[in-house]
Design a protein around this ligand. Structure first.
Ligand code: NDP
Ligand code: MG
Length: 392
């Protein structure tokens, strides 16, 4: 049976890995929508290759080049955030959510509202609006399949288990580009240095978030929202080899670990074929050659983002939306050379403090309007703080 699939964020790292799997079995899938941002050449080429119904770019200014690239193919072209939501709402059986940032939230909700299976790489939607995302899935009978490698690992370790028997969940962190750097050197770390990852090949933003541990901070919150755990049940440990992705600890003391190569096509393929397991083109691990696996504490002094994640989980409400939005602005400023590496966590912390002191947003209901308002406010507050931050 042909399955109707859409890929949101098709031109990115996760999007391209998803296309790699789908393109291996073209007769099995009918591609409905592909969305991208600036990379029009790739978006158009994939839309043509996969015979998509519609290709959408996030940017109005890219509409004409997209139309030109698709001329004569019969593939529709559209642009803008609204058009991405419309594409997400087009009937499909399975949709990959791989837009980067809070921009992935609204389209992901549209997918769930049509009752489709949402393969969720966009962790930011869980961080900003976990209760809303989960409630939308429940209300419309949609399924959410985690694609973040740690969450896919936990999901797989929980198959056939009773959640009531789960004592704790441990997610692993590679430690990113600066795992072995002395703390004082981190102050002068550059975007180019932060954008190299020891084990994973990912988009630029998540790679830098791995070096600052903001990625792991987002994932701690994602774990809480997705699996409905208490903050005290969730831990992060540094595991430099990135082969164990997560472990679930049960009340009898057993730990179930998910072990696999650092290749996102495993988690994407698992979500694509769920509930079946099918052959996937990923490396088979040679444990003898690997020899040993190691673990270190995830030091919250070295990586303040982890401490902030705990505070966000304790606060609940819109704290996640504020945290994520402030982090996105700090990351933009770091990439642009306007904010130092360690200043990112300082600014995010100050935005959280300012927000909770200045308005009731943190305690408000997690509705889409409230999340967008909190996101907007946090970005403005972060921008002001970044402007004032000492340079050099
Ligand atoms: P990339 O930066 O490689 O790709 C992001 C995608 O989103 C691109 O298609 C990009 O378009 C598009 N995009 C960018 N901005 C917008 C916007 N404002 N509106 C709509 N679309 C936009 O990111 P990744 O693939 O690395 O990550 C995607 C998501 O998956 C993130 O949430 C990330 O945290 C998560 N994730 C990624 C992993 C990985 O291995 N890469 C692992 C686990 C989770 P264009 O490039 O054309 O401008
Ligand atoms: Mg991850």
């Amino acid at each position: 049976m042909t399955r109707r699939v859409s890929i949101l964020g098709a031109t990115g790292s996760i999007g391209q890995n998803t296309i790699d799997l789908i393109a291996r079995d073209p007769d099995a899938y009918a591609v409905v929508a592909l969305t991208g941002g600036n990379n029009i050449a790739r978006l158009a080429a994939d839309a043509i290759r996969l015979k998509a119904q519609v290709a959408v770019t996030a940017h109005d200014s890219c509409l004409e080049p997209l139309r030109a690239a698709l001329a004569g193919t019969g593939i529709e072209a559209a642009a803008g955030a609204e058009a991405i939501c419309e594409a997400a709402a087009r009937p499909a059986d399975w949709v990959m959510s791989a837009i980067v940032g809070a921009a992935g939230l609204a389209p992901g909700l549209k997918v769930l509202e049509q009752g489709a299976a949402l393969a969720l790489a966009n962790k930011e939607s869980m961080v900003c609006a976990g209760p809303l995302v989960m409630a939308t899935a429940r209300k419309h009978g949609g399924t959410i399949l985690p694609v973040d490698s740690e969450h896919s690992a936990v999901f797989q370790a929980l198959i056939g288990e009773d959640m009531a028997a789960v004592e704790r969940v441990i997610i692993t962190a590679s430690g990113g580009a600066f795992r072995d750097w002395p703390l004082e050197q981190l102050r002068n770390a550059t975007p180019a240095q932060a954008a190299t990852h020891p084990n994973w090949d990912m988009g630029q933003r998540i790679t830098i978030d791995s070096a600052s541990m903001f990625n792991k901070a987002l994932e701690l919150i994602e774990t809480r929202e997705f699996f409905g755990l208490e903050p005290g049940q969730i831990e992060a440990v540094v595991h430099p080899e990135s082969l164990i992705h997560a472990l679930v600890g049960f009340r009898d003391g057993a730990l179930m670990a998910h072990v696999g190569p650092s290749d996102m096509r495993h988690a994407i393929g698992f979500a694509l074929h769920y509930p079946e397991r099918r052959d996937l083109p990923v490396e088979r691990l040679d444990l003898v050659r690997i020899g040993q696996l190691s673990f270190r504490a995830a030091d919250e002094t070295r990586w303040p983002a982890l401490r902030l994640a705990r505070e966000v989980m304790a606060a609940g409400g819109l704290a996640g939306a504020v945290f994520n939005a402030a982090k996105e602005r700090c990351l933009d400023a770091f990439i642009a050379g306007r904010l130092g590496f360690l200043q990112m966590a300082e600014v995010v912390e100050e935005v959280l403090t300012t927000q909770s002191a200045q308005n009731g947003l943190i305690d408000a209901e997690v509705s889409l309007d409230n999340v967008l308002a909190a996101d907007h406010f946090a970005r403005k507050t972060a921008d002001k703080l970044i402007e004032r931050a000492p340079r050099g």
